[in-house]
Design a protein around this ligand. Sequence first.
Ligand code: GAL
Length: 633
Amino acid sequence: MKRTLGVCYYPEHWPEDVWAEDARRITEAGLTWVRIGEFAWSRLEPAPGRLDFDWLDRAIATLGAAGLKVVLGTPTATPPRWMIDRHPDMLAVDAQGRPRKFGARRHYCFSHRGYLQECRRITTLLAERYGRSPHVAAWQTDNEFGCHDTILSYSEVARHAFRDWLSQKYQSPEALNRAWGNVFWSMEYDSFDQIDLPNLTVTEPNPAHVMDFRRFSSDQVVAFNRAQVEIIRHHSDAPIAHNYMGRITEFDHYATGRDLDIASWDSYPLGFLSDRLEASAEHKATFLRQGDPDFQAFHHDLYRTVGRGRWWVMEQQPGPVNWAPYNPAPLPGMVRLWTWEAFAHGAEAVCYFRWRQAPFAQEQMHAGLLRPDSAPAPGFAEAVEVARELDTAPEVAATQGEVALIFDYASAWAWDTQPQGADFDYFRLVFAWYRALRALGLNIDIAGPDTRDLSDWKLVLAPGLFTLPPALREALTTVAGQVVFGPRANSKTADFTIPPALPPDLPGLDARVTRVESLPPGTGIPLAEGGAFRHWAEEVEGSAPVILRRADGLPALLGSEKLAYLTGWPCDETLRAIVRRLCAAQGIPTHDLPAGLRRRQAGDLCFRFNYGATPVKWEGVEIPAAGVVWTRG
Ligand code: GAL
């Protein structure tokens, strides 16, 4: 498969007489795809029912005539102003009970039936008109579900929809009371109509109540997305994608992914390093202009699974962004490196955001491939360089990972609801395990909690899983090597209670967690062979053989070469040492990579990515600063 490049383009932002020139330059740069349309509702329908699609016809025709393939976005992330007059109660409401006003984007509540109907209407109009267009070669639903904290809405319409959802799930208030444990603090209900959304309570609401609200909110996103997908499929054979984000866990991406053909995500490495990652000031300074060496790769591996093998980067940072607290410029070479890293992890396409920097409105400080005066910005030459390289580069083969890491959205909701320690964040925990694996040069696959077959991997890691889903419990019999569960695994029932058989309750592992503790920054529990647990530690009883001990003699890692359990959250170096040992036991070769260097094996190609600001020599190969080098073997 030929890997391709593209760019996000907004014909409605520019005079029509520059479109053809833009299209020519995009093609000449070696790009194949243009994503358009995702925010254009006010121009497609300036007043209710007054449609103007002629300009979009001409834009698509112009881009198509230049040989470009269009990804057409549905414009439902930006309902126009008149929509609010039509549906005044469609705005999402924040946890403080304040409506989120018009004047930016994503100002809608997923539960609003009237707005959903409007979205069906505009999607139908687009799909009918362009479903058979020879130039529309892919679709995007909406834009970045979850951006700007928009999944959870505490609106009146959400309250009613939540009651319906609960009544379907529990059938009777008694069953709900039992499941939630509402006898506690006299929280029992007589009817579903009494149940409110879990915000503005005097102290924390019942975690079971919150957990159901999180599940409900995720289901609303899945249904909202599915409504558009069904319409598009009816009129078009082109694949349908959504553009997901970095570190957004508020809805179940595997569930939306099952309805889509392609998962794509929006990769802004410098913005993420600055505002979406727990890391030391030193780490952030070292990688200021390169981004975290593992954050992008984690999402590449995650979205490969969400897309069931088919995934893109729909938006790639091309220069400084506008939205992080500080917005540095990338080191020369990083735009190329980020792009190649996506390809090495299996991306079919990488599209840059955006073609030309906008001189107006919210994102006027956000770089594009072109400056606002249409001259090339520094990222442009790197995009062109990748396009040229793609002409001659060898095929990047799809590659089975050596290790699987389980990532589960429900676990993120659960530990967000009841963290028990201010630092216990599920993404942070799983990402720490990912970094440990990647620092050892391993190819990692991220697997969902419903994975039924674990026979492809020699090592499967599952830290922090809220419950052990039945499918995964069964899949434990299919493991070829070892499964290692981490702290808090299977420590609750789906109803958010402590299970009668104390966790982790894993088949064939006689171990029960009898006490847990969370630890503030700067403290820890030393381990016998050096290193320490931070953030979280557990005491365990049972007869399972102990593999590693804490300095106080309690088990740190216990179990067998098939199934083991780690009783705490190790600091980074300790985790790396533990992972190295687990790999050695399974015969998985590891690599000790120099700081900032990462590798990925794709078929017989070995890619090396230097996130460092100075050149590195490794295994006889010199990798320039901010450079990528691939060799065979
Ligand atoms: C993304 C979004 C784009 C643009 C970009 C700026 O989150 O999808 O529309 O806002 O960020 O970095």
